[in-house]
Design a protein around this ligand. Structure first.
Ligand code: HEC
Length: 409
């Protein structure tokens, strides 16, 4: 064991409380993912292990594998998109908005600490919602706000290219050819082989695609509603399912740890950063999933797995999108019971009455009162709440309306 050095505060206290209060202010508690503002995009730097950048509504952060986060940028601009350059890993590009205006395209050459505008973009300043740089030719990049724009000089000048036929959520550039671009759109996954001018469907389904990513080895990952996370090589586009256990979650940004292509990161639309160490088969929250801490919650977990999980998903992620739910607007999916949607807007009493009495609106949510006691229902609720973060726990029920409701720190 290492010798424990007396910490600075206890040394100061040795000289008397007055000195301590005069010279020592408590270090801010380490930030975790729960404390982050809205995260819009993630990116892993080239050639570094276990480091993930998070572009947020208030600046750039970096996350470590234990789920701790630290702010990297000196300012708090709102980033909507982020891309790490593959050849010089200290270079990052981003776009978004400050309090008063769009940022255009901004660059950092010191791993995200200081930033300056590289270009306003065509007709700008633009606020690209997605930005992608070619790995083979880092001078070539694409961004999307109203239109798809491209740059062939490292982001200094931009020109409008096309209106992609459907709303674009995410762009990626081929690992082989800088003129081949992928777009995850409202009507599915599209590909252009002429630098973004003409587009065609790449995946046979026309369900919305929310994310597309190309790794340096040419592996394309995409998230398609109703299919989940899928992947194919650029050489054959033979799509294979990777994982469909996302429930109501849609992945919106994706990164591969540069040290290891089994080590993946993903951001969902509920501000959660997930990680997989088995090539995408199973996913956990970065820093580890929350676990039930009490006897009641552990008992509730078993009941949940027996009676509820088939519809509400493992760990309360909600029911997967299916062909049926995507085609039939009246189909009511079993909602997430973790804190990603609105289960936490209900009080324990309300949740218990839904469980025991069922839902009139959606008969699939049957009344469980002939199977489960009120204690069983409360134990299941204790389990559900073990999946919730500090804000949902502190502001459950009517208090969710109070924008100022904050968890205690
Ligand atoms: C056969 C599928 C199915 C099973 C099994 C099921 N549910 Fe549901 N559940 C639903 C559906 C569908 C809804 C949506 C009801 C609605 O919107 O009115 C729902 C709604 C709920 C809600 C309301 C959530 C909200 O945010 O308003 C709760 C709480 C809930 N279920 C808990 C449970 C629990 C606990 C179990 C197990 C004891 C369970 N459900 C089992 C399908 C199911």
């Amino acid at each position: 064991m290492r010798n424990q050095q007396p910490s600075i505060p206890s040394l100061c206290l040795g000289f008397g409380g007055l000195l301590a209060t005069a010279f020592w202010t408590a270090p801010a508690p380490a930030m975790t993912l729960d404390d982050l503002p809205r995260v819009h995009a993630i990116a892993a730097p080239a050639g570094q292990f276990g480091k993930l950048y998070l572009a947020t509504g208030a600046g750039l952060f970096v996350a470590a594998g234990d789920g701790s986060v630290a702010k990297v940028s000196k300012h708090s601009d709102r980033y909507l998109s982020l891309a790490a350059q593959a050849v010089e890993p200290e270079i990052l590009l981003a776009s978004g908005a400050s309090a008063s205006a769009n940022l255009g395209v901004v660059v950092s050459r010191d791993e995200g600490s200081t930033w300056k505008q590289l270009s306003a973009g065509a007709g700008g300043p633009v606020g690209f919602r997605t930005l992608a740089i070619s790995r083979t030719d880092p001078k070539i990049m694409y961004g999307q706000d109203e239109m798809l724009q491209a740059s062939s000089d490292g982001g200094v000048t931009w020109k409008p290219i096309s209106r992609v036929p459907a709303h674009v959520y995410n762009l990626a550039v081929s690992a082989r050819d800088p003129g081949t671009v992928y777009a995850a759109t409202q009507t599915g996954l599209l590909i252009s082989r002429d630098g973004g001018v003409r587009w065609r469907t790449l995946h046979e389904e026309d369900y919305p695609a929310t994310m597309v990513h190309v790794a340096s080895d040419g592996m394309v990952h995409a998230f398609v509603l109703g299919k989940g996370l899928i992947r194919a090589r650029e050489s054959d586009f033979d799509w294979k399912p990777v994982s469909a256990q996302f429930g109501e979650q849609a992945l919106v940004s994706f990164a591969v740890d540069r040290g290891d292509n089994h080590h993946l990161y993903a951001l969902n639309q509920f501000n959660r950063v997930l990680t997989s160490v088995d090539g995408g088969a199973t996913w956990q929250a970065l820093g580890g999933d929350r676990q039930p801490q009490t006897e009641a919650a552990r008992r509730g977990e078993t009941l949940y797995q027996t009676y509820c999980q088939a519809c509400h998903g493992a760990r309360g992620v909600g029911e997967n999108h299916s062909e049926r739910s995507l085609r039939d607007r009246r189909y009511i999916r079993a909602p997430a019971l973790d804190d990603s949607t609105h289960a936490w807007h209900h009080s324990d009493d309300n949740l218990a009455s839904t469980i025991l009495e069922g839902s009139k609106r959606a008969p699939r949510m049957r009344a469980f009162k002939d199977i489960l006691s009120r204690t069983d229902a409360l134990d299941i609720i204790a389990y559900m709440k073990s999946l919730w973060g500090p804000r949902a726990l502190a502001c459950q029920g009517a208090r969710h309306m109070d924008k100022d409701c904050q968890p205690p720190r």
